[in-house]
Structure formats: C-alpha cells, structure tokens
Design a protein around this ligand. Sequence first.
Ligand SMILES: *Cc1c(COP(=O)(O)O)cnc(C)c1O
Ligand SMILES: [Zn+2]
Length: 418
Amino acid sequence: MTYASHYECTLCHRRYPFDGVMTSCPACGDAGILDIAYDYAAMGRTVTKAYFEHNSDFSIWRYLPLLPIAGTRHEETLRTGWTPLYETKRLAAAIGLNRLSVKDDGQNPTASLKDRPSAVAVLDAIARGYDTVACSSTGNAASSLAGQAARMGLKAVIFVPKRAPVGKLNQLLAYGADVIMVEGDYKDAFRLSKQAIAHYGWYDRNAAINPHLVEGKKTVSLEIAEQLGWDVPDWVVVSVGDGCTVAGVFQGFHDLFMLGITRRMPRILGVQSTGCQPFVTAAVRGGPLVECEEDTIADSIAVGIPRNPIKARRAVDASGGAWIAVSDTEILAMMKLLGSTEGIFGEPAGVAGLAGLKAAVERKVVRPDERVVGVMTGNGLKDPANAKKAVGTPALLKPDLQELIDYMDRKNDKGCVR
Ligand SMILES: *Cc1c(COP(=O)(O)O)cnc(C)c1O
Ligand SMILES: [Zn+2]
C-alpha cells in the first residue's frame, strides 16, 4: 500500500487523484511535470521515529511507506541504498569547515545514486505489467536501470549519447541491455528515446517525466537525516544535471518535516559545471532556463536542456539555498582531494558537488561553523579516462631495490624542509 494521495502539476497546479499511472499533466502535456503528494496524516500513524528503530531493512526499502509504490517483490532487487555517511576530518579541514560529512552513493549496486530511482522504476514497471523498460541517459541512469532490470528479469532498452564514458557503457552491455548509441549529445538521445518509448509502449524511466523517480531519489536524504539521528544539517550539497536529484533531496527532507520527524529544512547548494550551467545562469539572470552547450568532463551533469527545471529551482529557492558552478579543473582537483583525504573515489559529476562546496566556502556562501553534508553521487571507476586526468601516472622503476631507494630519496628531498 502507498500513502500517495494525488498528483499536482508543477506548472498549472491542477490536482489529480493518485493512480500510479499518470506521468504528466493532461492539461499541460509533457511540460506539466507532476508532483506526487502524500496523505501525511495517515502516513504519520505508521511512519514515526519508533518505526525506524524497529526496522531491520538496511536498504531504500526501509522507506517503502514514503514511496508511491506498493513494493511487490522489493526484497528481490539489487541491494540499494543505506550507503555510508562519513564524517570527514581531513577533507573538512582542507575546505575550511568544522563539520562536513560525505554520503558515498558510489557504494550502490551499480555504483551511483541512480540505483535509487531505478529500483523504484523497475518495481513500478513490474507492478504495472511491463516487460521492457527504457530510458535515455548520460550513463548512470542507464547502467542502474539495466542492472536492476536484469536482476528482476526485465528487458532494458537504453539510449546513450556518443560520448558516454567507457565504464558506464561496459556496465550496460554486461547487464545485457539493448544499447543504442545515438550520434549526437544527450539532448538527441533523449529526443529519440521519447519517440521510441511512445512508439513501442515501453516503461518510461526518463527521470524528469516519470514522477516516481524523484521519489526514489529522495531516499538519499531520508537516509542522511536518519544517519544524523534526525538532526538536519545546515546545508546539503549536490551536483545538478536534469535537476531530479536535487528535487529528490529536497522532497525527502520535506516529507520528514511534514511528518514531524524533523524540525527544519536544510539549505540546498546546487552545483553545476561552468561548461554547462543553465541553472546557475538562470539564477543570476532570472527568467527561464536557456539551452546551453554540454561541454564538461562531468558527463552525468552535462545536460544542456534540463528536464526538471521547475522542481530543481523550487528545491533550491524554497530551501533558501544557492547555485554555484565550478570548472573542470576544480572538479578534477576535488577528485584527487577527496580520494587522498578520505579514501572516497568519485567520478567527475560525483565530486562536483564537493568542488562547489569548496568554492562556496571561499565565497562565504557557506560559513565555516555550518554543518554540511555533501552527496557523492557516482563512483570514480566508471570513468577511468577522466580520472587519469586528475591523478596522473605512477612512477615506473626497474625491479631493483637501489633504484627504489634513489627514487624515495629524490621524492623525500622534494617533500622535506631540512
Ligand atoms: C544523474 C547524476 C547527477 C545529477 O542528477 P540530475 O537528476 O540529472 O540532476 C549527478 N551526479 C551523478 C553521478 C549522476 O549520475
Ligand atoms: Zn498542468
């Protein structure tokens, strides 16, 4: 059973009873992205702090009553969620914060946060009788959907832009998905997938259009709040492409606040790459988003036409948050800093949020005494080519001890002040 009560169109605010099937507002068409609303009074009779104390399911399914699905066969999915929230010391000090935690969502089964919405989508597809699921993706939505679909015995058809990183492509193929590489960028892949989904009648996992997916993404903030003992941080930082993740982050905290489990909302820092920053530009100039180039190594957030602009901007605005963009150089530097200070290896978009946080502290948007959680959204092994740009190459020596000693001496000479 679900406590979802109705849909509300983000554009015209019309309401429709929740049927689990509607994907966009009939009055507004595709642009009428829906919110899923809940009966918090009814939900609150089940979902209390005590409910979680007695819950031994350490996956996203511990939050099943907060999701818009009944959850048939949820025990069978790949184990998703309940990823670690690490309190950092060295990274916090390097950035200039007293308290910074990092949520390592690279530890999901296909190694990104996208496993959360994909697990929800696959269960939704099964409940509604689909045998094929489809999406277009810069990579992670695709690989997570393919993995979760394989696990549950569904077919997956995936549309990716030509420059999708090799780690993500290999995942897709290993999971047995039908992979269509589209000659063009993410915008082109999205357009073709939409036409194909309509033509063949597949389950549509395109994140902005299908409102179930933001709901899956919100489990990341439900976990953050619970892992902090229901103590809401001052800021939550996340990288932004289509805008569904940042919307999900907001929604999770909003649910807990509405249930009275938490007492306030965090501010949300939305981070983009300067190579593709439609949200940041719109925040500065005002007005609607303007389409832009997709020119950044952070492929997962290289989204020239964000599909969920209303929900994303609302999340940052309503939270009293901020938008910031960082260069690829700053992203690569953070990849190395996060790895070397905390042992967490992220892909470019995965660490972009933390790179943005560093810039936000420097610009005094975030104060040193504020409690911050950064969401690390994807594992570094997905994109070895860009990782190499951040980390360089190792020393190559002959298998000879004296050569090693000479090498170490040279290195120490450089590092030590005598
Ligand atoms: C998809 C993704 C994002 C951004 O999510 P959106 O919903 O597109 O804003 C950030 N980081 C990684 C690793 C992702 O895969
Ligand atoms: Zn509408």
